[in-house]
Design a protein around this ligand. Sequence first.
Ligand code: FES
Length: 173
Amino acid sequence: MNYTKELLKHFQNPKFVKSLENPDGVGEVGNINCGDVMHLEIKVEHPRAYNRKGCENPQAGPETFSKKGLQGAKIKDIGFKTFGCAAAVASSDVVCELAKGKTIEEAKKITKDDIIKKLGGMPPIKIHCSVLGIEALKRAILDYEGKKVKHSTDSPKRGRTKEIEDWEGKNGK
Ligand code: FES
């Protein structure tokens, strides 16, 4: 397989293969073409807390966050574990590298093209492997958002559906 040096570097020495203690969001996906599985966890830092009426409330616990309260939340740590090929491991490591330190909204904008560019290219037959990490990140974020807005007046179901459609649209699904 004709892998780039950058891809082999991330495969042979991935920095983000780890489990997090009490993750805020967990995402897991499988690739039906090859049976491989990706598990990804995120830890999120909340700059502000808002109550359900949208008023800032420094005393609010995570269970009282509204959708507005999620604005500015950042991914402060991220880790993955995979049963997958070199391309899947390398692209997931890059997903983690790109997502760490970003706000949730910024992380949602990561696409497979960002991953492939960062890896200096990928054999066409392996492109499908590059979406495994992005899909797992998407699910971890949705898991996090679903937990945090469950007491909000916003509809988590409606929000999720739109997010999935937007994300899949950007990734050519
Ligand atoms: S061949 Fe299964 S993820 Fe790459």
